[in-house]
Design a binder for this molecule. Structure first.
Ligand SMILES: Cc1ncc(COP(=O)(O)O)c(C=O)c1O
Length: 455
């Protein structure tokens, strides 16, 4: 499809302003190819993919091992379900994940996307409690967290702007402060963090009645709002609250698992053991759609307690053999090429370079993140932490940054779901030199943005 064909409106894009593509001159690039960390559009322009497409292209583009795995599986058995049947790629993948996920998260159920993984975790949590004789149907997640778009996952999503159009949603969703230490909404004492953000979870639990709460969902590092890392002790405190009140802890790792933070899972990175981990995106390095959840033995035991019990959930494509074969090849490449080592060797250096941009440009209020997952929060007045108003944000993000970054050949995300942030999530195979190219472009753009916003 060319730019001209895009403008006819046959293809409708996700979360994209219609005026950006159904118009005589669409601003949305049409991608035609990719190699390494670069992609190319229909006009021949090359971009460094500093976002791994959408936090998912862990190995970049053109990896022959994954292409071969898909091709071989298509020839051998192009399709089989996990619905009363099994196939070898899904069995092998579940086994490989059990070896790499923490503790007794040894049981895996595959779906097709992150939203479906979240839906599946919600249903698993509700069924688990039912089997224990409790009707728990309420869920707690955090403000601004993005957990997906289907109706259950949307309720979990803490972005009012995405939910309101579709309300009322299923009842029983509660949103609590996230771990934004730069602009803490939970405690006047922060910093240093006094874990008021974690205590707010317990307050909701007590107000609603612990016997009604099925699960608490957290991302190890929260994406929406800009890479909020957990304060020291936060995740342990969430674990304690869940344990004390019989609540399941779900680690939504649709972004954080598969190396984004330098480990197989975010739970491993921060040393906690949730009851369920949801994943998608990086599991196949985005070469095939696949999502899923891993869960602990106490849940598995309950679901298998008698001859007739089962997890009441399923989908036709879940655990598609081609996707599962690609995921296995992805894991092999991770190990053969030392992908986690690459993230751990270069991630801290990347963070230092971004802090260097903070030192140089007053428009950068905060730098947050870890591994290959970072955000810069942009502010109007750094000394007083004053952000841009709505009109200024529109001018900064849509009027300037989004276009200018693409002109200079860098794909990253300029977003304002909370305060305006630039988000970076490069392929995990990016070298120091390629990360340096990202920093050089950002340096130029931040200088220009400062001038632009002073007009
Ligand atoms: C933490 C988290 N959960 C769930 C989702 C939804 O995933 P999908 O877009 O594959 O439905 C996302 C998507 O970005 C996510 O970041």
């Amino acid at each position: 499809m060319s730019q001209a064909q895009l403008s006819d409106g046959n293809l409708w894009l996700h979360f994209t302003r219609t005026s950006d593509f159904v118009t005589e001159h669409p601003t949305v690039p049409v991608l035609v190819g990719g190699e390494g960390v670069y992609v190319e559009d229909a006009t021949g322009k090359r971009y460094l993919d500093g976002l791994s497409a959408l936090f998912c292209a862990q190995l970049g583009y053109g990896r022959q091992e994954l292409i071969d795995a898909a091709t071989e599986q298509l020839a051998r058995l192009p399709f089989a379900t996990n619905w009363a049947w099994a196939h070898q790629p899904a069995i092998d993948l579940a086994h490989a994940l059990a070896e790499r996920f923490p503790g007794d998260i040894d049981h895996f159920f595959f779906v097709n996307s992150g939203s479906e993984a979240v839906e599946s975790a919600m249903k698993l949590a509700m069924q688990y409690h039912q089997l224990r004789g409790e009707h728990r149907f309420k869920f707690i997640s955090r403000n601004y967290a993005y957990h997906g778009t289907t109706f259950g996952a949307l309720g979990m999503t803490g972005l009012a702007g995405l939910r309101q159009m579709f309300e009322p949603l299923r009842p029983g969703h509660f949103h609590v402060p996230n771990t934004n230490e730069y602009r803490c909404s939970a405690s006047r004492a922060c910093p240093p963090c006094d874990l008021a953000c974690a205590r707010s979870i317990e307050q909701v639990v007590m107000a609603e009645g612990p016997e009604t709460i099925a699960a608490v969902f957290v991302e190890p590092v929260q994406n929406a709002g800009g890479c909020f890392t957990p304060p020291e002790g936060y995740l342990d405190e969430v674990r304690r609250i869940c344990d004390e009140h019989g609540i399941l802890m779900v680690s939504d790792e649709v972004i954080c698992a598969f190396g984004r933070l330098g480990t197989w899972t975010g739970a491993e990175r921060y040393g906690y053991l949730p009851d369920i981990i949801t994943f998608a995106k990086g599991v196949t390095a985005a070469y095939q759609p696949l999502g899923g959840l891993g869960f602990r033995s106490h849940i598995a035991e309950l679901l298998g307690q008698d001859r007739t019990s089962m997890y009441l959930h399923g989908s036709t494509w879940g655990g598609h053999p081609v996707a599962a074969a690609v995921a296995l090849a992805n894991i092999e490449v991770f190990e053969k090429d030392g992908v986690l080592d690459n993230v751990n060797a270069n991630g801290p250096w990347f963070g230092e370079q971004l802090w260097g941009l903070h030192a140089k440009h007053d428009i950068v209020g905060d730098v947050r993140g870890t591994g290959y997952f970072w955000a810069l929060e942009l502010v109007k007045d750094r000394d007083n932490k004053v952000g841009f108003d709505d009109d200024e944000t529109e001018r900064l993000l849509r009027g300037f940054l989004s276009t200018r970054l693409l002109e200079l050949g860098l794909i990253c995300r300029a977003d304002d779901r909370d305060e305006p942030v630039i988000q970076l999530s490069p392929p995990l195979v990016a070298t120091r030199e390629e990360l340096g190219q990202i920093v050089t472009i950002l340096d130029q753009v931040l200088g220009e943005a400062t001038v632009e916003m002073q007009r």
